[in-house]
Design a protein around this ligand. Structure first.
Ligand SMILES: NC(=O)c1ccc[n+]([C@@H]2O[C@H](COP(=O)([O-])OP(=O)(O)OC[C@H]3O[C@@H](n4cnc5c(N)ncnc54)[C@H](OP(=O)(O)O)[C@@H]3O)[C@@H](O)[C@H]2O)c1
Length: 265
């Protein structure tokens, strides 16, 4: 049973997880170490967290979540964790691109270490958390924590950087904006365009999930010879629609590796 979770870094992603813990695991004590006083006040007033500083003696905690950015002082933070927290604490890093072996190089290989990439959609019970662990982790110990936000997806660690770059829903948000703007450029009032785009997105997902047909077959149903759909497809191909999406994902994955310093791995 998880009784206590300690966060180092109390930014956007930490807050998404804290909000879920606060709502669904109400018996858990949440500690937060955070630089920014405005963030400290928000987390204390909204979720009743206990604020801590690295100068204080650390409490015995079940889980410790490293929720700072890849460009922050990770080495210093890990050295401080090693001084202050016992090896009974499971370390959970949400830092993009930073591998378990790099963490072990600094704090040693005796701690249970989990590396995970949560998704901001966890606040609405969507979003897989990609999870990889070292051999000391007891999956039953971390199950209640991961069951509070999103859906756990255990993968080999090599896939985490890809999931980090590939998974955030940003491309879908960009697509929503671009398609809504297209309706407006063509002459529709924005409210009507937005209504149609949302219905299209939700309906298209439903069609893909519920029908025994591939997206390509669904496209073919809509594309009569020389018709509107076929012309739209021709223009998308001309403008490199698929290649733009694919190279954006490859760029995002490569940036994840750069930030974590994993380019050579
Ligand atoms: N946002 C997402 O969708 C998402 C998804 C998956 C994973 N992640 C990962 O989650 C991590 C956090 O991302 P975020 O978006 O939550 O970042 P963020 O909103 O910028 O929050 C980071 C916070 O940590 C504070 N901080 C930095 N070093 C600290 C330290 N040693 N002790 C205490 N506080 C410290 C920062 O304060 P200062 O600015 O004063 O340094 C900042 O307020 C990143 O590693 C990111 O890769 C994010």
């Amino acid at each position: 049973m998880t009784k206590s979770v300690y966060f180092i870094g109390g930014g956007n992603m930490a807050e998404a997880i804290i909000a879920a813990l606060h709502q669904k695991l109400q018996t858990v004590t949440i500690y937060v170490e955070e630089h920014q006083s405005t963030r400290q006040e928000i987390l204390k007033s909204k979720y009743n967290v206990t604020l801590k500083s690295p100068e204080e003696i650390a409490p015995e905690v079940d889980l410790l979540v490293i929720a700072i950015r890849p460009q922050d002082d990770l080495t210093g933070t890990l050295e401080s964790i090693q001084r202050r927290f016992s090896k009974a604490t499971t370390i959970i890093s949400i830092v993009a691109g930073y591998s378990i072996s790099k963490i072990e190089q600094i704090i040693g290989s005796d701690y249970p270490i989990v590396r995970t990439i949560p998704n901001t959609m966890t606040t609405i019970d969507y979003g897989y958390s990609g999870i990889a662990t070292n051999s000391h982790v007891d999956k039953e110990t971390i199950a209640p924590f991961f069951s509070t936000f999103g859906k756990p997806l255990y993968v080999e660690e090599q896939y985490l950087d890809i999931i980090t770059g590939f998974y955030p829903p940003n491309i879908v948000y960009h697509f929503y904006d671009a398609l809504t703007d297209a309706g407006v450029i063509a002459g529709l009032p924005r409210a009507i365009s937005e209504k149609i785009v949302i219905d299209n997105l939700v309906g298209a997902v439903e069609m893909i999930q519920s029908r025994d047909a591939t997206p390509q077959e669904l496209i073919n149903i809509n594309n009569s010879p020389g018709g509107v759909g076929a012309n739209l497809l021709y223009e998308l191909n001309q403008k490199g629609f698929a290649a733009a999406i694919q190279s954006a994902v490859l760029r995002a994955v490569s940036r994840t590796k750069e930030l974590g310093g994993n380019q050579d791995e």
